[in-house]
Design a protein around this ligand. Structure first.
Ligand SMILES: Cc1cc2nc3c(=O)[nH]c(=O)nc-3n(C[C@H](O)[C@H](O)[C@H](O)COP(=O)(O)OP(=O)(O)OC[C@H]3O[C@@H](n4cnc5c(N)ncnc54)[C@H](O)[C@@H]3O)c2cc1C
Length: 386
């Protein structure tokens, strides 16, 4: 089978990175993926391995402890990890694009020096708390407040569904909070909350349909007091800054989704060539071959969509529409491919320990997190002037 990395499309340094992460995913992640999924346990040993490889620092400059790479390098790593284990991939995606990137993009020099080396090394994880019970797609519904009190912000409220927020190595939660009213509208700002701050609680983890080995909690903030200097970026720009972070994050989620879609193809090509029914391999039936061909086409077109969005972003051009298109088609490719793969595996596809069954459970959230399918359609429509 011709693999995309062997087509020569990518410059050598990107291809070498992807192949290195692929080896790691096959040798270190794959053997423990089913166990962590079944036990709903956070894969600390895998995360430590990714940290040693420098994956958490991929898009950050060396002066902040990063690898001096770029966002596309991160995407390639996410695609390779996403093929094998989406929980591991989302831990990296959220750690970098939601945990560390807001500080790199909007932090002052002191905040960058304090937090980025820890987050880029993977020694610690950062989380981003935007979503609340009444603020998901409509993030403007934020109710959490941050009141000024002398030299401090005092934060009260709740966040929900926050990734990487309750692990033993979580060091920081960045939260959006209402800091006042401007022209009758909420002023939303972003504030850094160290995880050991009194009054902050990561409540017991959710029991999810998938992404079982990734860490997701509701959070409670009760009179959480942090210094005024923990404001991240300009006061009142919290919402706008977060939208920029989400635009980038959509390319990363698309890459992860392409990994899932391709992982399903790879599993099916192997299985359909081995499994026999009616005296021949099931793959020799055109009905199965066509299904797998369509799966390959979905993965490939979704990959070109995220490559395109990443190329625009890295060259400093507008990329909002392309990022939404990539997220839309890649998450749908992952969901469609995992459903088809489960069908091709027959009864085995319904057994939790099989990778395609895990992809089937894991892929649904790709159409929901970091902007639902409907939100992507809204954004694309807006870019078209509708
Ligand atoms: C496992 C997991 C991890 C997550 N990690 C994080 C995290 O780290 N940080 C964080 O802040 N959040 C996180 N989230 C939250 C996630 O981003 C939200 O769940 C998502 O944005 C959707 O918001 P909601 O759940 O409130 O759904 P809602 O916004 O209530 O949407 C419900 C449904 O209505 C649709 N809808 C809403 N408005 C419209 C409209 N105008 N037109 C058409 N349809 C519409 C939506 O598309 C959706 O289908 C996570 C969620 C999960 C499940």
């Amino acid at each position: 089978m011709t693999d995309f990395l062997s087509t020569g499309t990518l410059p050598e340094h990107y291809r070498d990175l992807a192949l290195t992460v692929r080896d790691f995913a096959n040798q270190v992640v794959a053997p423990v993926a089913a166990k962590h999924d079944a036990e709903h346990s956070f894969p600390y040993e895998v995360v430590a391995g990714m940290a040693r490889m420098g994956l958490f620092g991929l898009p950050f400059p060396e002066e902040y402890g990063g690898m001096g790479g770029d966002y596309f390098a991160l995407c390639l790593a996410l695609e390779e990890l996403g093929k094998i284990d989406q929980s591991v991939a989302i831990t990296l995606e959220a750690g970098v694009s939601l945990g560390a990137m807001p500080i790199y993009r909007f932090g002052d020099e002191k905040q960058k020096q304090e937090w980025l080396p820890r987050l880029a090394s993977g020694q610690n994880l950062g989380a981003f708390g935007l979503t609340e019970a009444g603020a998901g797609s409509d993030a403007g519904g934020t109710r959490t407040t941050a009141a000024e009190d002398g030299d401090s912000w005092v934060i009260n409220g709740n966040k929900q569904f926050i990734t990487n927020s309750g692990t033993d190595i979580t060091a920081l939660i960045t939260v959006t909070a209402v800091t006042g009213q401007v022209g009758g509208k909420k002023e939303i700002s972003t504030i850094l909350v160290p995880a050991d701050t009194s009054g902050f609680t990561a409540e017991p983890a959710y029991n999810k349909v998938g992404w079982n080995a990734s860490d997701t909690h509701p959070l409670t903030f009760t009179d959480v007091r942090v210094p005024k200097e923990n404001l991240l970026g300009e006061r009142g720009r919290g919402y706008a800054n977060f939208l920029r972070i989400l635009d980038e994050g959509r390319i990363a989620i698309a890459a992860l989704s392409v990994g899932a879609a391709q992982g399903c193809v790879d599993e099916c090509v192997r299985y359909a060539g081995e499994r026999e029914a009616f005296g021949k391999t099931i793959g020799s039936n055109q009905a199965i071959a066509f299904k797998i061909a369509r799966m390959e086409a979905r993965a490939h077109t979704a990959r070109t969509a995220y490559y395109d969005a990443a190329a625009l972003m890295l060259s400093g051009k507008p990329f909002k529409k392309q990022a939404s298109i990539a997220k839309l088609v890649a998450s749908e490719a992952a969901m469609d491919n995992s459903r088809d793969a489960t069908q091709i595996f027959g009864g085995y596809g319904f057994m939790n320990e099989y990778p395609v069954a895990r992809h089937y459970r894991d892929s649904k959230i790709l159409e929901i997190g970091e902007g639902t399918t409907e939100v992507q359609l809204m954004l694309i429509g807006r870019e078209l002037g509708l």
